[in-house]
Design a protein around this ligand. Sequence first.
Ligand code: PMP
Length: 295
Amino acid sequence: MYYNKNTIVYLNGKFIKATDASTNLYSQTLHYGSGVFEGIRSYNTEDGVRIFKAKEHYDRLLYSAKKMHIKLDLSSKELEKITYQVLQKNNLKDAYIRPLVYLGENMSLNECNRVNVVIMAWEWGNYLGNKLLRVQLSGYQRPNPLSCHVEAKVVGHYTNSILATKDAKSKGYDEALLCDSEGFIAEGPGANFFVEKEEVLFTPPRGNILPGITRQTVFELAEELGIKVVEKKLKKEHLRQVDTAFFCGTAAEIVGIKSIDHLIFKLKWEDSISSMIQKKYKMRVSKNEFQNVFV
Ligand code: PMP
């Protein structure tokens, strides 16, 4: 699904076949989760293949690496350029791009200087599908921001996301929604969360979430559409008062929510301002305002 015998990946300065790539079994990332990564999308736009908000994604990768004391000697611009080459070599247009910075051999918990960079890409549809989601308010909480850097996209943080997803799916739901360690609503396992009430959007503030690039795009689109967005700590009880809700993220894009636990939202998705944002997002990524063009 992710690669075949012809797939080319970028690994430590070289473009090689995915089937020829190998990794060290004594990798600190493999054992302890101390790596960082990104999830990016490219779109086949009217002007050719374009990576959506590449700079923002690679700036975040560098930020994540810094927070984890991982020394990366590639700039955001260089990483973007390499990514366009990976897309070209694999003839990919609408693609999902996965840069991963992982560490080499080190079985201690000390800083590791062996830094590897891999960039992979594959065709991937909407991560959460296109239908409205039935969401479970998870029993799992997001990691405490005093125990890790929640604004960094760190490999190990995703064990929390996997547990919440598995629990929601095993109970028949499509996706989980997690609270923070103080009991306020935070985000999904791999997406940010918004609610709509009387044509105003509300979303949890920074502090306990990964501040998504799609979340930021929603702010921008809402401003263009004259829709007010308020960053607000939301309690579970607030959900009963809202008209509808959605998740947003690079992989999921914007996906509407039908219900949370037993609560079914009354406003029809098509009648919501959230669905206007969803449509505008589709238009934005396929037309685009791209900062850097290398192809
Ligand atoms: N929260 C979490 C936990 C995520 O993994 C993601 C996906 N990167 C997001 C939010 C959304 O971030 P973005 O819009 O930058 O993809």
